[in-house]
Design a protein around this ligand. Structure first.
Ligand code: NAD
Length: 732
């Protein structure tokens, strides 16, 4: 046995210990189910065994859930008829847990049976809570760091091993909904208060409390196996229950815009399951779970948001180089970005020298960290000692000599080649040429900026997104001469500050901005054409973009758009394609409507800055046309504008790994997460259809949609991106 073992004590209490070999936390695999069932059978068969404790051999945790790598591949592994294979596999898990729950009781009288208690030393997530929910009691150690809950919805699936049916019957649909629909996790005390678990005891008493309960001859019949069971809070046909389901359904559709299949399926499983006996409800749950696993969205989300994100964080693309852990970082420029970079570095325990032109500006940058920590103190998430320690790591100064001993410099001064070159030289006069120098530029070519460095091999781009403390992605950009140590340094630093890195080559706007600018431009272009602005914004949201393109311009500011447009036009000359966009953008700029920061933009705002709705004045300048395009056309224009840029970035070698293209798109600019990223989306719709659609768009809308050669070739050969460029293909 590699996962579960059982021993029985002199009092006849058996203890099944879950201890997955070679893992720091237990995860469920397909084989481990068989082991668990064999032990449950043995415990039920042996007369000497009076009851069973199921616990974990890992200190501080019970189990982290199902192995996500397995879930991502379950469909592929399910045989020729995957839906049937998946359904049968799920029903097998239900059967084993139902065996625990019924524990040998007489099916008619509910007499007999042996008590099963789950004893949780700590964290119990996903299936790690669904197994305990099938036991007759759940006792947890009083471990405030432990997280207990069903987070499946966060990865694009839902609790499909009985968690949905059991929790909604245990708590009622209303009380279960934040736990199921939002994947809310609780520490043991809060989990008990919410009714998810039954008892919390000091860690050292966990097993003795469990044993005492087993020997107490408890009633082990689950409420839903008793005659006359009623769902707490009312079943759907009860007036109170009816209200819950109407509200939950509206909330789910409002939040997901209908593009996340899992939330709807979950709600259907709860609703339909509530109308029938428990075993039928499990079957319904299994059918909906199969439906979700069959939807390509769930495997694409798991692949990008977990499997590949984790691989990138662990250094999938890190060159061979010694450990480059950063102990002292110099941040030059204490403005919006520099202040955020100082904050995340100090929070990671790195010593920070924060430099600006004046002491006042440097202090202002440090004050950002103070304000962040004060907020944490107000929310009881940060202690005064922690605040003192973090602030103690930041030296805000104008003195470049303080940079001595830094092993990484990140420059976030004005976006100006001259200013950046001067800073690079001034810094290197103190640090010497070997200290890795990074620029946080968002638009300037790294290869050009590297010319100011003594050794361009030690010069690199580390591109943060704003606000630095909230955005999870960091784009690392290699200039033509950037060396391996610089890349390793940047990756090790990003790992220290717990963000997700992608590594790309140097080209205009790198990767993320390159894809997001065409999205914004396509939205503005449609305004010029007379497309109803509300149609543009809603089309974007209905396809899973977090912000419509017009709202996004307001957030990032119209003047930034104007600045980027002017610089791009200067660089591209006659080839510049966005004159029509600029007409609208420059007009907005002339009206002083700069976006959220001026409380006026494509949207109207009230005095407190609250967004009210689309600005009506836009229609006077750009009248809405009588004929409006259909929703799908608007959506395809907005999606293909981004996706084709991603394909071109791959084609041109800016992107070296499509995993980075997908993960970077979701984390960097919120590209429709349900799709798993631009390349996953293309695989979903298929290269032949994508190329055909682009051909139509190129003809009807504009040449910017011309099918890139790579996509054309893949369409002709019937290839898909992950099969051709994914890690398995690379390894083969
Ligand atoms: P900002 O204007 O808020 O801050 C720049 C700071 O640099 C100012 O405090 C300024 O006093 C200081 N500074 C200027 N010259 C200096 C010098 N010679 N020595 C020391 N300090 C100097 O700008 P920001 O938004 O923080 O942007 C900084 C950099 O980050 C730019 O290159 C920008 O393109 C890039 N960036 C910005 C964003 C964003 O969303 N704002 C996102 C990614 C990257």
């Amino acid at each position: 046995m590699t996962d579960f073992t059982m021993s029985t004590d002199a009092d006849g209490v058996a203890t099944i210990v879950w201890d997955t070999k070679g893992k720091s936390m237990n995860v469920m695999t397909l084989d481990a189910w068989d082991e668990l069932e064999a032990l449950v059978d043995q415990a039920l068969a042996e007369d000497a065994i009076k009851g069973v404790i199921i616990t974990s051999g890992k200190p501080g945790s019970f189990a982290g859930g199902m192995d996500l790598k397995v879930i991502a591949k379950m469909k592929e592994m399910a045989g020729d008829n995957p839906a049937k294979g998946l359904f049968d596999g799920i029903m097998n898990a239900h059967r084993i847990m139902r065996k625990i729950e019924r524990a040998g009781m007489d099916p008619k009288t509910n007499k007999g049976g042996k008590p099963f208690v789950a004893a949780l030393p700590g964290t119990a997530l996903g299936i790690g809570l669904e197994i305990p929910l099938s036991c007759h009691r759940i006792i947890a150690a009083d471990n405030p760091k432990a997280k207990i809950g069903l987070p499946e919805i966060m990865v694009g699936i839902f609790p499909g091993a009985g968690g949905t049916t059991r929790l909604s019957r245990k708590l009622g649909a209303m009380a279960a909904s934040p736990l199921l629909l939002e994947g809310k996790l609780n520490d043991p005390q809060k989990a008990k208060a919410a009714g998810v678990i039954d008892e919390v005891v000091p860690a050292e008493d966990l097993l003795s409390a469990a044993k005492a309960w087993v020997l107490s001859e408890p009633n082990i019949v689950k409420p839903w196996d008793e005659k006359g069971y009623k769902m707490p809070g009312g079943a759907p046909y009860h007036p109170a229950g009816f209200m819950t389901f109407v509200g939950a359904s509206a909330m789910v559709n409002g939040k997901t815009q209908g593009v996340y299949p899992a939330a709807k399926a979950l709600l259907s499983a709860v609703y339909e399951g509530a109308l029938v006996p428990f075993d039928t409800a499990l079957k319904i749950e299994a059918r909906w779970f199969t439906n979700v696993l069959m939807n390509p969205s769930s495997s694409a989300m798991i692949r990008s948001l977990f499997v590949n994100k984790e691989a990138l964080e662990k250094g999938a693309n890190r060159p061979e180089a010694a450990d480059q852990k950063v102990t002292k970082v110099g941040v030059i420029g204490a403005g919006m970005m520099g202040a955020g970079i100082a904050l995340v570095s100090a929070l990671a325990g790195i010593e920070v020298v924060l430099i600006d032109n004046t002491q006042e500006a440097a202090d202002k940058g440090k004050a950002y960290t103070t304000a962040h920590l004060d907020k944490g103190i107000a929310r009881k998430k940060v202690t005064q000692e922690k605040k003192d320690a973090v602030l103690g790591l930041i030296n805000a100064t104008t003195d470049y000599d303080a940079l001595k001993g830094c092993d990484l410099i990140i420059e976030a001064v004005f976006e100006d080649v001259g200013v950046k070159a001067e800073v690079t030289q001034k810094v290197q006069a103190v640090t010497g040429p070997d200290c890795i120098f990074a620029t946080n530029t968002s638009t300037l070519p790294i290869t050009e900026l590297a010319k100011a460095a003594v050794d361009p091999a030690n010069f690199i781009g580390i591109h943060f997104f704003s606000p630095v403390d909230k955005m999870l992605l960091v784009e690392i950009i290699k200039g033509k001469k950037t060396g391996d140590v610089a890349v390793a340094k940047a990756l090790d630093y990003v790992r220290q500050i717990k963000k997700t890195p992608i590594v790309v080559n140097d080209a205009r706007f790198f990767y993320a901005n390159r894809c997001i600018i065409p999205y914004i431009n396509e939205g503005i272009r449609m305004v010029k054409e007379g497309v109803e602005p509300a149609l543009i914004e809603n089309a974007a949201k209905l396809v899973g973009m977090p912000l419509g393109p017009l709202q996004l311009v307001d957030e990032t500011s119209v003047d930034l758009g104007v600045k980027i447009a002017k610089a791009t036009k200067a660089a591209m000359g006659d080839a510049y394609p966005d004159g029509e966009v600029d007409e609208v953008l420059f007009w907005m700029f002339d009206q002083g409507r700069l976006g959220r920061k001026s409380n006026a933009g494509f949207y109207a705002y009230d005095d407190s800055g609250k967004r009210l709705g689309l600005w009506e004045g836009l229609a006077a300048q750009y009248p809405v046309a009588d004929d409006q395009p259909d929703l799908t056309l608007v959506q395809h224009r907005l999606l293909f504008a981004q996706v084709l840029e991603a394909v071109r970035a791959l084609e041109e070698g800016v992107l070296e790994d499509i995993r980075e293209g997908d993960v970077g798109a979701i984390l960097g600019w919120g590209f429709a997460p349900w799709a798993g990223g631009p390349f996953s989306w293309l695989d979903m719709i298929g290269a032949p259809y994508a190329a055909e659609r682009c051909d139509q768009l190129a003809q009807e809308v504009g040449a910017r949609f011309t099918t890139p050669a790579l996509l054309r070739e893949m369409a002709d050969k019937g290839q898909d991106f992950y099969k051709r460029f994914g890690p398995d293909a690379q390894a083969a």
